[in-house]
Design a binder for this molecule. Structure first.
Ligand code: PMP
Length: 365
């Protein structure tokens, strides 16, 4: 018989850069009677028809899903005027981001993105083995696309553009984006992350759905987590050239998209359901606009907000302000030493939040 070796005290050798990587942060749970405004979630309960579709799909979970989600891809393809092969579905758009980065970049390669931007990007790039090149946002907290184009080198394999940008809220304009694309070499993958697209109300903003088919190197990513209120089942999608999507299908962890998730997404796209969901999005976008206007009035230098969240540039006071908000019952997302992101959630949270924030404002913030 084989005996296990004596423990030598030697540690398993892990990749040093992975061992050093902080895990993805989730917001703290909301205190009793408080509000969780830290994850840009949709505050509305799932529609009854969506819950029913998910419950029905749950009766089949003894079987593996059709993880290619063909029916959902067909639905989305119809909507965006492409073929189902030009649509990929993933376990949240964060999973798709990982797949595309793995498909394009590895050790020795570079991935360019703005900073601050979505917290997951640095980790995903590190996991791929590639190097992050972070380009500071402009003073107005929007992407500096000129500087991002300047940052592209022979080693660049992908550029991520986040519009509206999480966590600062500013969207890239269509003009800016097209000028940028004209400067990006066509063999460099551009990932346009539009997780918050449905909340955009500034008509000058880029809308990736109008650019599909225009560039051989452009992939547009969207999600059911935010506007469609399905964050808990994990489903997102991307649209782009088949060859790039095939590479991302190859880097996927097999069977990551569940039948429960695709059933929820299909139900959310049913005509009546979608009308209701987009009505909620309208209400949230309006609430965001009012919330930002009230904050500006108080003296906060809140940048333009096109997602379902606003950005408070609290600087060195970030942790202190976030703690005060937490004590008042509001879980927010602090990014010291830059600022605090506050999701636009339950309508009844706004007045109290504004009362608390009025006492915390300081000139120049
Ligand atoms: N992109 C951005 C900019 C995001 O903010 C998020 C969610 N916080 C995602 C992608 C991922 O969303 P999901 O994986 O839930 O689709």
């Amino acid at each position: 018989s084989v005996t296990a070796p004596e423990p030598t005290g030697a540690r398993v050798r892990l990749r040093a850069e992975i061992a050093a990587l902080p895990p993805y942060r989730q917001g703290r749970p909301a205190p009793a009677d408080g509000f969780k405004l830290s994850s840009n979630e949709n505050p509305f309960d799932p529609l009854p028809s969506v819950q029913a579709a998910i419950a029905a799909a749950a009766t089949e979970v003894n079987r593996y899903p059709d993880a290619t989600a063909l029916r959902l891809r067909e639905r989305l393809a119809e909507r965006f005027g492409v073929s189902p092969d030009e649509v990929i579905v993933g376990a949240g758009s964060v999973s798709l981001l990982a797949q595309f980065i793995l498909a394009a970049a590895g050790p020795g390669d570079e991935v360019v993105y703005a900073w601050r931007s979505f917290e997951a990007y640095p980790g995903l790039v590190t996991v791929s083995g590639a190097t992050s090149v972070q380009v500071p946002n402009r003073a107005d907290h929007g992407h500096d696309l000129d500087a991002m184009a300047d940052a592209i080198t022979d080693r660049t394999r992908a550029v991520i553009v986040c519009s509206p940008n999480n966590p600062t809220g500013v969207a890239v304009t269509a003009d800016e984006f097209e000028r940028f694309m004209a400067r990006v070499p066509s063999d460099v993958l551009v990932l346009l992350d539009e997780a918050y697209a449905e909340f955009v109300r500034d008509e000058a903003s880029v809308d990736g759905s109008t650019l599909i088919g225009r560039y051989p190197n452009l992939v547009v990513l969207r999600t059911f987590s935010k506007a469609y209120g399905l964050a808990g089942v994990r489903i997102g999608y991307a649209i782009g050239p088949v060859e790039i999507l095939d590479a991302a299908r190859a880097t996927a962890i097999p069977l990551g998209v569940t039948g429960v998730a695709t059933a929820g997404a299909l139900a959310a796209l049913e005509a009546d359901a979608e009308v209701e969901l987009l009505r909620r999005v309208d209400a949230l976008a309006e609430q965001r606009t009012r919330f930002r206007a009230a904050l500006l009035e108080q003296g906060w230098a809140v940048p333009d907000a096109q997602g379902n969240f606003v950005w408070l540039p609290t600087g060195e006071r970030t942790a202190a302000v976030a703690d005060r908000l937490f004590d008042a019952g509001f879980v927010t997302r602090a990014f010291p030493p830059d600022g605090i992101r506050i999701s636009v959630g339950e309508a009844e949270s706004v007045d109290t939040l504004l009362r608390v924030l009025e006492e915390l404002v300081e000139p120049s913030q």
